[in-house]
Design a protein around this ligand. Structure first.
Ligand code: FAD
Length: 408
């Protein structure tokens, strides 16, 4: 087997790369190798509408199955790439198949970071990354009354919200002094902690997990460093991902926490690109720091950059990061990256459950977190893109629409 373009990973980035290549009239052969059995599907609903049972799997497919056939994109599903030979321009799959490529696009995302303590692999302990993960959880749910979520990040909190809505008794365990500590300012963390508590979720901060308690091979609770065991029929672990890049690193690509890429998403290996969650890139919205972004926006935009580069319109990746999270009736929309902010303006009344946080660094607007405030999100984007210098008191004035501040 040999393809002009071989894409490894049938997720958001991989699917979008093939879509963008065909949209740019790329006429060569394209194949996507994916280790999951499904056609590419949207991952965000896994901790939202899909887990809630509000959207069937068919409705979260990125394109209907026939699309790939029509666009002549070969789908090599249920196969995992285990080695890359950059000299021979070929990869080896776990079934021994060798697949040659002209150009390789590595779009493998990551695997959920696992606990290292005893009991981490017991029945009843779940990560949330794939449809199979969530289907396993859903199968168990009817027999579950108590759930412990380890990790107060977006995925853990979204799952907690769905399960609380189902009437489960949910506890969230977070090691840090607040939830969402790595991605948001303190007012947002406190707001979400209060919302979850108001919905009956026991949010515990500053707690260390010692091990998962067991009976007959099943998880029955989470034991904390102070000896207390929080009873659980199901344990959900949402403590981040490990980028799936080992075959590329083994082949000599530069990287560590992800594979390093340049502005056109090229790795250090000739004819090998990388995109999405697994790609470490210098991001203008993080002051040029090399970071990985875990968002649909980033995977899609990097896929488009690669497609353009391959088809001869080279562009540099310079997309403003954006993200969303749905919990209860709260729609959070974020734009920019708030990491490293040195000032923060609260726009609106947090108690009204419709407000925005505007983050600044060195007087410039760098990010917004907007809760049930889509207008701010839409208008604030321009402020982030421009790095606008605006007085925080003015930003906090809801009487002035953000779009009127851009020229000031
Ligand atoms: P993925 O979509 O993960 O695709 C990678 C694919 O490659 C996977 O199918 C993987 O199994 C496969 N693969 C890995 N290694 C190999 C190999 N060696 N050989 C073959 N195949 C391989 N983002 C948002 O912007 N908003 C949200 O609200 C949001 N919510 C989320 C909720 C959940 C539960 C999860 C898990 C993620 C969420 N994300 C959200 C993040 C978003 O889904 C990811 O950023 C996005 O999927 C990244 O796309 P990707 O192509 O890099 O990786």
């Amino acid at each position: 087997m040999n393809y002009d373009i071989l894409i490894v990973g049938a997720g958001h980035g991989g699917a979008q790369a093939a879509i963008a290549l065909r949209a740019a009239k790329f006429a060569g052969s394209i194949a996507i190798v994916g280790d999951e059995p499904e056609y590419p599907y949207e991952r965000p609903p896994l901790s939202k509408d899909y887990l809630a049972g509000d959207k069937p799997f068919e409705r979260i497919l990125i394109r209907p199955p026939a699309f790939w056939n029509e666009r002549e994109v070969a789908m090599l599903l249920g196969r995992r790439v285990v080695a890359v030979d950059p000299v021979a321009h070929a990869v080896t799959a776990d079934d021994g198949t060798i697949i040659g490529y002209g150009k390789l696009i590595w779009a493998t995302g990551g695997v959920p970071r696992r606990l290292t303590c005893s009991g981490h692999d017991l029945i009843g302990v779940h990560g949330v990354r794939t449809r199979a993960d969530v289907d396993r959880m859903m199968d168990e749910l009817p027999a579950v009354a108590r759930v412990v979520v380890i990790g107060g990040g977006y995925i853990g909190l979204e799952a907690a919200a769905v399960l609380a809505r189902f009437g489960k008794q949910v506890t969230v365990l977070e090691t840090l002094p607040r939830v969402l500590a790595r991605v948001a300012g303190e007012p947002l963390s406190r707001f979400y902690e209060a919302e979850h508590r108001a919905h009956g979720v026991d949010v515990r901060l500053n707690v260390e997990v010692a091990c998962i308690a067991e009976r007959d091979g099943r998880a029955i609770g989470v034991t904390l460093a102070d000896g207390e065991t929080v009873p659980a029929d199901m344990v959900i672990v949402g403590i981040g991902i490990v980028p799936a890049v080992q075959p590329l690193l083994d082949a000599g690509a530069t990287g560590g926490n992800g594979v390093d890429i340049d502005a056109q998403c090229r790795t250090s290996l000739s004819d090998v690109f990388a995109i999405g969650d697994c790609a470490a890139h210098a991001n203008a919205f993080a002051d040029g720091a090399r970071i990985r972004l875990e968002s649909v926006q980033n995977a899609n935009d990097q896929a488009t950059v690669v497609a353009k580069t391959i088809t001869g319109t080279s562009v540099a990746y310079h997309a403003v990061p954006w993200f969303w999270s749905n919990q209860y009736d709260l729609r959070l929309q974020t734009v920019g990256l708030s990491i490293g902010h040195d000032a923060l303006a609260v726009r609106g009344d947090i108690a009204s459950r419709s407000f925005s946080l505007v983050y600044l660094r060195a007087d410039r607007v760098i990010a917004l977190d907007c809760v049930n405030a889509t207008k701010d999100y839409v208008q604030g984007r321009a402020l982030v893109m421009a790095g606008a210098v605006i007085d925080p008191n003015r930003l906090a004035d809801t009487g002035i629409p953000l779009k009127e501040m851009i020229a000031s």
